[in-house]
Ligand binder design. Structure first.
Ligand SMILES: *[C@@H]1O[C@H](CO)[C@@H](O)[C@H](O)[C@H]1NC(C)=O
Ligand SMILES: *[C@@H]1O[C@H](CO)[C@@H](O)[C@H](O)[C@H]1NC(C)=O
Ligand SMILES: *[C@@H]1O[C@H](CO)[C@@H](O)[C@H](O)[C@H]1NC(C)=O
Ligand SMILES: *[C@@H]1O[C@H](CO)[C@@H](O)[C@H](O)[C@H]1NC(C)=O
Ligand SMILES: *[C@@H]1O[C@H](CO)[C@@H](O)[C@H](O)[C@H]1NC(C)=O
Length: 389
C-alpha cells in the first residue's frame, strides 16, 4: 500500500514538472514542485535543481532573518537583494585572492548600495561646517617639522606599537544617519573620561549635538571639530538623558545638566605624515581622523585593510573615525588600529586595521583632530547626577 502511494506521488511530481517546463502556467506549477519536500530517490532527476539565483535568494533570506530586515515595498526589497548579491559576489571574488591582507564579508548594511552608504553611514563634510571656527587652537602648516611641534612633555621617540582599545568606550552604531563627525570626537572624549577621570560609564549624547549644533548638516554630515566646538560652548549631557534616534530633531539640551565641559579643541593638517600621526597617537591617545571610506572598506571583515580603491589626497574624505593605536602584523605589515561607529558586526568587532606606511592609505594621516586631555574640565562632572531638577 505504502509503496503504491509513493509511486503515485512520484508520478504526480514528475507530471507537474513536465507540464511546468513548457510555457503557460509555468509559475504556479514550478511553485508546486518546489513545495514538494525531499523527493524519493530517482524522482529528483526530473525536478529542476535550485538555480544559482534561488540559492542566492536563500542566502538573502538568511541575511534578512539574521539582521531583522523588513522592507517597505517589493521594489525596496528587490534593490536590497541586488545590492546584497553584488556585495557577496565581490566579497567572494576578493576572498579568493591569496595575496590580500584583509577579508571582506557581510555585515548589517550589505543590502545597501555604496552610494547609499556614503550618504547615510558616513558624514565627514567640510562644506556643511561653520565657516569661522574660532576655537581651533592650532593649524599645523604642511611640512612643519615634528621637533618644532613637540613640547617637552611629549616623547620624541615612540614605541613600535600602541593599543588604547581597552580604555575605549563600547563600539557605537550611527545607524542610518551621516553622524560620524559626532561619533568620532565623542569616542575620543569618552576615552579621556575613562582614562583621565576614571569614569566607569562614559556615554555621551550624540543626539544633543545632532539636534542642537545647527551649524552643520546633521545627518547629512559635518566636520568633527564642530562636535568639540559645540561642547566648548554648551557642554554636553549623557546618552542616557538624551538618547540617539538617528535623525535631527528639535533641541532639548536645556532640559539636562552637563556632564562634560571642554575648553579647547585642536585640529591639524598632518598632510600625510604618518610618522607624525604615530607620535600624536602615542602621546595623546585616540585621535580623530577623516578617511576615504571606499566600497571595499564598507565590506571589510578583518585583517589589514589595503586597497587601491581609496585615494589619499587632502580633498578625498567622506568618513570620520578614531585612530586608537598602531602596530605591525606578520602577514599584513604595519597598521593603524581604528575605532569605527558602524556597530559590532563590521570589521574586527567594530574595530579595524588600516595599512600604515603604505602611502597614507585612504588619506588616514591627512587631518588630525583632538581635544587635549588637560583641556577637559574636571569640575562640574557627576554622571549619576546630571539631570537638572
Ligand atoms: C594579487 O593577485 C591578483 C590576481 O589574483 C593580481 O592581479 C595582482 O596583481 C596581485 N597583486 C600583487 C600585489 O601581487
Ligand atoms: C588591542 O587591544 C585589544 C584589547 O586588549 C585586543 O583585543 C586587540 O586584539 C588589540 N589589537 C591589536 C591589533 O593588537
Ligand atoms: C549608554 O546609554 C544607552 C542609552 O541609555 C544605553 O542603552 C547603553 O547601555 C549605555 N552604554 C553604556 C556603556 O553605559
Ligand atoms: C582650559 O581649562 C584648564 C583647566 O581648567 C586650564 O588649565 C586651561 O588654561 C584652560 N585652557 C584654555 C585655553 O582656556
Ligand atoms: C554624584 O551624584 C550622586 C547622586 O546625586 C551622589 O550620590 C554622589 O555622591 C555624587 N558624586 C560626586 C563625586 O559628587
Amino acid at each position: 500500500m505504502r509503496g503504491d502511494l509513493k509511486l503515485i506521488l512520484i508520478l504526480v511530481v514528475v507530471c507537474v514538472c513536465f507540464i511546468s517546463t513548457d510555457g503557460q502556467g509555468t509559475k504556479a506549477s514550478v511553485k508546486k514542485s518546489e513545495v514538494t519536500k525531499k523527493p524519493p530517490n530517482g524522482a529528483g532527476n526530473h525536478i529542476p535543481k535550485p538555480t544559482k539565483s534561488a540559492a542566492a535568494k536563500d542566502k538573502f533570506a538568511e541575511f534578512k532573518k539574521k539582521h531583522g530586515k523588513a522592507y517597505r515595498s517589493a521594489q525596496e526589497e528587490a534593490e536590497a537583494r541586488k545590492a546584497y548579491e553584488q556585495n557577496s559576489k565581490n566579497d567572494e571574488k576578493h576572498n579568493q585572492q591569496r595575496n590580500k591582507t584583509y577579508r571582506r564579508g557581510t555585515n548589517a548594511y550589505s543590502d545597501k548600495s555604496h552610494d547609499w552608504k556614503v550618504k547615510n553611514r558616513m558624514g565627514a563634510s567640510k562644506k556643511a561646517s561653520s565657516p569661522n571656527n574660532k576655537n581651533k587652537a592650532m593649524k599645523k602648516k604642511a611640512g612643519k617639522s615634528l621637533s618644532a611641534r613637540m613640547s617637552d612633555t611629549e616623547t620624541p621617540e615612540v614605541p613600535d606599537s600602541a593599543n588604547w582599545t581597552d580604555w575605549n568606550s563600547p563600539i557605537r552604531d550611527q545607524a542610518d544617519c551621516g553622524a560620524c563627525w559626532i561619533y568620532a570626537p565623542l569616542a575620543v572624549l569618552e576615552y579621556l573620561m575613562i582614562v583621565i577621570r576614571g569614569d566607569t560609564e562614559a556615554n555621551l549624547s550624540e543626539q544633543e549635538i545632532l539636534d542642537c549644533n545647527i551649524a552643520d548638516g546633521g545627518c547629512d554630515g559635518g566636520w568633527p571639530t564642530d562636535g568639540f566646538d559645540y561642547i566648548i560652548e554648551n557642554g554636553l549631557t549623557t546618552e542616557r538623558s538624551y538618547p540617539y534616534v538617528a535623525y535631527q530633531s528639535d533641541c532639548f539640551a536645556k532640559r539636562f545638566g552637563k556632564v562634560l565641559i571642554i575648553n579647547n579643541t585642536y585640529e591639524e593638517e598632518v598632510s600625510g605624515d604618518e610618522e607624525y600621526l604615530k607620535h600624536l597617537v602615542y602621546n595623546y591617545g585616540p585621535i580623530v581622523v577623516v578617511i576615504y571610506a571606499s566600497d571595499s572598506f564598507t565590506q571589510y571583515a578583518g585583517g589589514v585593510f589595503s586597497e587601491s580603491d581609496c585615494p589619499n589626497d587632502m580633498d578625498s574624505y567622506n568618513h570620520a573615525i578614531t585612530v586608537v593605536g598602531y602596530g605591525t602584523d606578520p602577514d599584513g605589515g604595519d597598521y593603524w588600529i581604528i575605532k569605527n561607529s558602524w556597530g559590532l558586526d563590521w570589521g574586527e568587532y567594530g574595530y579595524g586595521r588600516i595599512a600604515r606606511n603604505q602611502e597614507n592609505m585612504c588619506g588616514i594621516a591627512n587631518y588630525a583632530m583632538m581635544p587635549s586631555s588637560s583641556w577637559i574640565s574636571e569640575t562640574n562632572f557627576n554622571i549619576t547626577n546630571n539631570r537638572k531638577n
